[in-house]
Ligand binder design. Structure first.
Ligand code: GLV
Length: 335
């Protein structure tokens, strides 16, 4: 009997690839850019399993183009690129990689907050441009981070870790989430407030929600108008949670003071997009979970999810356990 056929949509760390190779007949897309849609549809037609990234749209068309597909394993915590209910209807198991990236991502969100507040990229550019002539009593001044107020929009795993970091800087931490977390209010000293109040009071707003129809353009013109003119927005969640045009307008008009974005709308943001050249906007290429250790662990979890799904076992990190034993995941295997 052969091995199950799987398609991996990009080169991922060996911690995952080595496991996949042991158990599967793997086809690996080796380009730096994601496989184009037609390639993905063609190459996956006989796949039993798929390791996808957030850059791959896993929709009903794709699911129907690969009739043997039993498992889609996304190497990311976010899974807005997968139509999970369509997968469940077909009995296709879906998995993600939460947990291992929580602290790494919070570290990065806090780094963006610090970089924007203390104007680090502007300082680096100043030195590189040969402008540094002397110590300047008023050069590149910014707001203090310590003892300021952080507003968290979304208090999941990553939001809670961000709160911990903020407490180390003696920040007051407010949060808004659709789920109130009184346990974390107690243990981390957080204050719950309605979204508009969080926006009105915070010096820094950090977004930690998944992208869903409810959070799409959560940060829009109206929401920016509620923020302090001195406030800085940090986004490490998903780009479309923030409406790009509204952010551009808010930054240009001084409605808010700055932004630091790991994720953008659209993504990637073209180099000639007006947000890129604004001095009060820091943009980095979706790297918040990119520590070597974390990316290795994400690849390993993605591999373990894939292999469990191929075996017809519950995924270590499954998004739709209800799909197990139904539809595709219940079909006889021909490998
Ligand atoms: C990255 O954005 C992830 O969802 O893991």
């Amino acid at each position: 009997m052969g091995k199950p056929k799987v398609y991996v949509t990009r080169l991922i760390p060996d911690q995952g690839l080595d496991l996949i190779r042991q158990f599967c007949d793997m086809t690996l897309w080796q380009d730096d850019l994601p496989p184009p849609r037609d390639v993905l549809l063609r190459e996956t037609h006989d796949a039993d399993g798929l390791v996808s990234l957030l850059t791959d749209s896993i929709d009903p068309e794709l699911m129907d183009a690969c009739p043997k597909l039993r498992v889609v394993s996304n190497m990311a915590v976010g899974f807005d690129n997968i139509n999970v209910s369509a997968a469940t209807e077909r009995g296709i198991l879906a998995g993600n990689t939460p947990g291992v990236l929580t602290e790494t991502t919070a570290d990065f969100a806090f780094a963006l907050l610090m970089a924007a507040a203390r104007r680090i990229p502007e300082g680096v550019a100043y030195v590189k441009a040969g402008k540094w002539q002397t110590w300047g009593p008023m050069l590149l001044m910014g707001p203090d981070v310590h003892h300021s107020t952080l507003g968290l929009v979304g208090l999941g795993r990553i939001g809670a870790e961000m709160a911990k970091r903020a407490r180390g800087f003696d920040m007051r931490v407010l949060y808004y989430d659709v789920f109130r977390r009184e346990d974390l209010e107690q243990s981390l000293g957080l204050t719950y407030a309605p979204l508009d109040d969080v926006l009105a009071q915070a010096d820094f707003i950090s977004i930690h929600t998944p992208l869903t129809p409810e959070t799409h353009h959560l940060m829009n013109r109206d929401r920016f108008s509620k923020m302090k003119s001195s406030a800085i927005l940090i986004n490490t969640s998903r780009g479309p949670v923030v409406e790009s045009d509204a952010l551009l307008e808010a930054l240009r008009s001084g409605q808010i003071a700055g932004a630091a974005l790991d994720v953008t709308e659209p993504e990637p943001l073209p180099a000639d997009h007006p947000l890129v050249s604004l001095p009060n906007c820091i943009i980095v290429p979706h790297i918040a979970s990119a520590s070597a250790a974390t990316r290795g662990q994400m690849a390993e979890i993605a591999a373990r999810n894939l292999i469990a799904g191929l075996k017809g076992e519950p995924l270590p990190s499954g998004l739709n356990p209800d799909a197990l034993g139904h539809g595709r995941s219940a079909l006889p295997k021909d490998w």
